[in-house]
Ligand binder design. Structure first.
Ligand SMILES: Cc1cc2nc3c(=O)[nH]c(=O)nc-3n(C[C@H](O)[C@H](O)[C@H](O)COP(=O)(O)O)c2cc1C
Length: 196
């Protein structure tokens, strides 16, 4: 798969087939994260792979899904992620650590996309509970959770019209509005842009 195709194809996936992901694939995704650009090459990130069923179910309880979908929704037992990569930060005094996290995370989710594995970044997470479950030392920051699994849904992108909120149609397809290219691009000349 070409990188650009993976970028176009990737959507946040929140429904997964109950098929395990092999550990070598999970390590490959972390390797993609490891090789991301890092400010001053300080490399303040570590990655925690979870693929054990019991731990997955404990981690699942700490996550909040798809905040715009009402009433509150969460994947059913048959739709849960089958693995997680948790992004850890060893030095939050590094002014650029969030950029490093973002770049590593994008590498991970694109590497997953190439393997046809869906992903969802989650920051709306209960960090204290995750710390307890995984016995992560206090000096290590838990940044985010990347949920992973073979895809059981195929969200679609659409041009942003009047709201940035993703929504589900009557067939349960998730629609993800994105700002139009013309509305975000300046070529040689700054022009005020319409948000919608
Ligand atoms: C920093 C960050 C935090 C996010 N946190 C959550 C989350 O806690 N729960 C969730 O369901 N989705 C979360 N998402 C996924 C976004 O909702 C999703 O990226 C956005 O709706 C656009 O959809 P797309 O990823 O398919 O382009 C997060 C995404 C980012 C980048």
């Amino acid at each position: 798969m070409k990188v650009y195709d993976a970028i176009l194809l990737r959507r946040s996936i929140r429904r997964f087939k109950q098929v395990p992901i092999g550990i070598n694939l999970l390590k490959k995704f972390v390797n993609a994260g490891r090789l991301a650009p890092s400010a001053a090459n300080l490399q303040p990130l570590e990655f925690f792979i979870i693929n054990n069923e019991e731990l997955c179910s404990e981690i699942f309880k700490t996550l909040s899904w798809a905040g715009y979908i009402k009433p509150k929704w969460t994947p059913s037992m048959k739709e849960r992620p089958t693995a997680y990569i948790i992004v850890l930060v060893t030095d939050v005094n590094n002014n650029y650590y969030m950029r490093d996290v973002s770049l590593a995370t994008e590498n991970i989710i694109l590497a997953a996309e190439e393997e046809n594995i869906g992903s969802c970044i989650l920051c709306n997470i209960e960090r204290d509970k995750i710390r307890k479950i995984l016995k992560i030392p206090k000096n290590i920051e838990i940044d985010s959770v990347i949920a992973l699994g073979y895809k059981a849904e195929y969200p679609v992108v659409e041009d942003l019209k009047d709201s940035i909120k993703y929504w589900r149609d009557k067939n349960e397809i998730l629609h993800v509005p994105k700002r139009k290219l013309d509305n975000i691009i300046h070529i040689n000349n700054y022009k005020i842009k319409y948000f919608f």
